[in-house]
Design a protein around this ligand. Structure first.
Ligand code: HEM
Ligand code: HEM
Length: 134
């Protein structure tokens, strides 16, 4: 079984993103010090950066091999997840700019984003199994 490096890197960046996003959310739930927002923002943005890096690696890999894009349920779900991973910090940013009404929306989109990332990772492993056993 020879898994191409870009697939391993794709999975790794996604997994790191998941763990970091979980940590970012846990910071916003504790709010022990008044430094929480700074920490929440930096960890959340690091998690999102990891997810987007994983996405770019996969898109470039497929492009270089001439494989079709968005050709599996994991690929389509993964794109929706990546989209949510960009919407959530945008909503968080709006709260810090005084749009208090956005707060409940950000909280729910934050939780949803993390759940979607977890589900997408599971479907990613299923997709990988499908490919290597073909
Ligand atoms: C949040 C986590 C993840 C996201 C958002 C995500 C997203 C994506 C997207 C959008 C594609 C298709 C790219 C394109 O069509 O150009 C893709 C492909 C792929 N991903 Fe993931 N992925 C995630 C996690 C994983 C994990 C953990 C694995 C493996 C263990 C994995 C394995 C694959 C494989 C093998 C492909 C190529 C085949 C295909 O397109 O279905 N992914 N991923
Ligand atoms: C994908 C990235 C992000 C995720 C997953 C996320 C997740 C969350 C979650 C789950 C909460 C609710 C905590 C609770 O239940 O009390 C929250 C609150 C909050 N987040 Fe984020 N967040 C992200 C990015 C950001 C960014 C980039 C900012 C700022 C620029 C931000 C600012 C806030 C603020 C101001 C709150 C309100 C907390 C409160 O006063 O109750 N978030 N976030």
């Amino acid at each position: 079984m020879n898994i191409p490096l870009p697939i391993i890197l794709h999975a790794l960046f996604m997994f790191i993103g998941f763990v970091v996003l979980l940590y970012a959310a846990s910071i916003s739930m504790k709010k022990k010090t008044n430094q929480w927002l700074k920490k929440h923002r930096i960890t959340a943005l690091s998690g999102v950066t990891s997810v987007i890096t994983g996405l770019i690696i996969m898109i470039l890999f497929k492009e270089s091999k001439g494989y079709p894009h968005l050709a599996s349920p994991h690929a389509i779900g993964g794109l929706v997840t990546s989209f949510m991973a960009l919407i959530t910090p945008t909503l968080g940013y709006l709260i810090t700019k005084g749009k208090q009404k956005v707060k409940p929306l950000h909280k729910w989109s934050g939780r949803l984003t993390i759940i979607l990332v977890a589900i997408t990772i599971i479907f990613g492993f299923i997709r990988l199994l499908e490919i290597v056993t073909k």
